[in-house]
Design a protein around this ligand. Structure first.
Ligand code: F6P
Length: 554
């Protein structure tokens, strides 16, 4: 396959970018040139209104990006993804997260049955916990569910559970513990009673250090805090269930085989919230709403598979990401959900995007030679306006932004306050686009009665360059269905970028090195001299400092 940067479309995009920047093309002017711009560049995807009109995008840009997509055989890549080809070539696996929300994959007739069975098993547990028929070792009903997992086995379920707070049903309290820092689990356990707590050990591999350490600690806590340790020990299965592909290791830990929920090698961790990894979500909102979440994602899957590239939202968002990364040198991308309930969304996206696109070798093992995934960051608006938006407006970095807004408030009786939230969201994207010239700044100062000499001095400080692009995704409300759609849009957008760069979006070999190197460091911390000598001088010095060892370690 040709590399993207060797294609004619790439060369033309470079020339086009030069032309746009030298001519000083401004997004605001594009509205004047085309009165239909908003209509042309607004799309409906899974019932989400996606407004691309504030993008640095002319009809020529769009044509060239689509030409690039065709040259890089994007349509074929999407078909390969959906038909169960081994798109994860380094691990020789398909990536079939879409099958978890109903995609039929004729090449894998086993999958549909397995998915339905897993959903039925989740349903049984959720119903039993909600009904109080699944009890702890004393016969008391379960009040708290603690998910122990990390990465994809934490971020997705935690984000969705938090986002759907106003849809929680029943009285189950959800907790998420991920960090190997024991302070994380201790803080959580301090509020809990062993007899009413259910732990979900979520680990696709069931080998992840953090999760295994926390699982052990949770088991020790439960037994040590139980008023009848012997009874608790015989009924431990009532307090621990697992989600994993590694049944053997889960059974060895002490989980009953019946209490192990399946995962499959064809689902990547960061794409797994739709599987039984979503058990804490289902515990919080009930199975009916969990299925709504799946349906929302499925409607975007359909859009992604069936909509022509020119109006396919994940395709357009992915191509725009390539446009800014490779032609405008944007090293980061900010996501700004104007909804406190989406406060964990940027963190979830960090794993989804940066684990998927943080690659510098292509699918054929060649160095990519163009920039791939940008740094993803952000936080819930309006908070960022009072911290990092200064850099977005006047800093030297060019940072494309995604705004996510919810038309209806989560809390119905706060309509006016919610309107302040929306007003801020829409005016931030406008401010990024329009900016403010020196002349405008000076005129404002003068109109406010400022001394002319002082106005002249202040004007450059108050000017805002503008012309900074953004997408706005507008949801009617933060329902399970709409949230499912939102997440699926980003999943597919990431895949589009990976197809253009010809990188594997579904492996994450880079995380292995840290896992490998933590072993000798741990041994050195435990006094193993050979391990200590194997370390670099800086690590040794730090470890010696922790151990209070005198002398120069080098
Ligand atoms: O360390 C990265 C990672 O491999 C992620 O891709 C994954 O989501 C996470 O660890 C957790 O893995 P597991 O579910 O196997 O514990």
């Amino acid at each position: 396959m040709a590399r993207a940067q060797e294609t004619e479309a790439w060369r033309q995009l470079q020339a086009h970018q030069t032309q746009l920047s030298t001519s000083g093309t401004r997004i605001s002017d594009l509205f004047a040139q085309d009165p239909q711009r908003v209509a042309t560049l607004s799309f409906d995807c899974g019932n989400i209104l996606v407004d691309l009109s504030k993008q640095l995008l002319t009809p020529d840009t769009l044509d060239l990006l689509l030409q690039l997509a065709r040259t890089m055989r994007l349509t074929q890549a999407i078909a390969d993804l959906c038909s169960g080809e081994q798109v994860n070539n380094t691990e020789q696996r398909p990536a079939l997260h879409m099958a978890l929300r109903g995609l039929n994959v004729p090449a894998r007739p086993d999958i549909g049955k397995d998915v339905s069975a897993a959903l039925a098993k989740m349903d049984a547990l959720v119903s039993a916990v909600h009904a109080g028929t699944w009890t702890g070792y004393t016969g008391d009903r379960i009040c708290d569910v603690v998910n122990i997992g990390i990465g994809g086995s934490d971020l997705g379920p935690a984000m969705v559970t938090r986002a759907l707070q106003s849809h929680h049903q029943g009285s189950i309290r959800s907790h998420f513990v991920s960090n190997v820092d024991p302070a994380h689990l201790h803080k959580c356990l301090a509020q809990l009673r062993p007899e009413t707590t259910l732990f979900v050990l979520a680990s696709k591999s069931f080998t992840t250090l953090e999760t295994m350490q926390n699982a052990d600690l949770a088991r020790r806590w439960l037994l040590s805090k139980a008023d009848n340790e012997a009874l608790a020990k015989t009924h431990l299965h009532k307090h621990f269930v697992a989600v994993s592909t590694n049944k053997k290791a889960a059974v060895e830990f002490g989980i009953r085989e019946d209490n192990i929920f399946p995962m499959w090698d064809w689902v990547g961790g960061r794409f797994s919230l739709w599987s039984a990894i979503g058990l804490p979500i289902a515990m919080a909102v009930g199975m009916a709403q969990f299925r709504e979440l799946l349906d929302g994602a499925a409607s975007v899957d359909q859009h992604f598979m069936e909509t022509p590239l020119a109006s396919n939202v994940p395709v357009l968002m992915g191509l725009l990401a390539v446009w800014y990364r490779n032609f405008w040198d944007a090293g980061s991308h900010v996501t700004l959900p104007y909804a406190q309930d989406l406060e964990l969304f940027p963190g979830f996206l960090q794993q989804l995007e940066m684990e998927s696109l943080g690659k510098s070798v292509d699918r054929d093992g060649r160095t990519v030679e163009v920039s791939t995934g940008p740094v993803i960051w952000g936080s819930a608006g309006t908070n960022g306006q009072h911290s990092f938006h200064q850099l977005l407006h006047q800093g030297t970095e060019f940072v494309p932004a995604d705004f996510i807004a919810i038309a209806q408030p989560a809390v119905a009786d706060n309509q006016q306050q919610h309107r302040h939230l929306l007003a801020n969201c829409f005016s931030q994207s406008r401010a990024l686009m329009e900016g403010k010239t020196r002349q405008q700044a000076k005129a404002e100062l003068l109109a406010a009665g400022e001394d002319p000499a002082r106005a002249e001095v202040l004007a450059p400080h108050k000017a805002v360059p503008g012309n900074r692009p953004s997408t706005t995704l507008l949801l009617d409300d933060l329902s399970p269905r709409n949230l499912g759609s939102l997440i699926a849009i980003y999943e597919h957008k990431v895949f589009v970028q990976s197809a253009i760069w010809n990188i594997n979006a579904f492996d994450q070999w880079g995380v292995e090195i840290g896992k490998q190197l933590s072993k000798p460091a741990f041994d050195a911390l435990n006094g193993d001299d050979a391990a200590d000598r194997s370390l670099d001088p800086s690590s040794r010095a730090l470890i010696h400092h922790c151990l209070n060892k005198p002398g120069d370690p080098s």
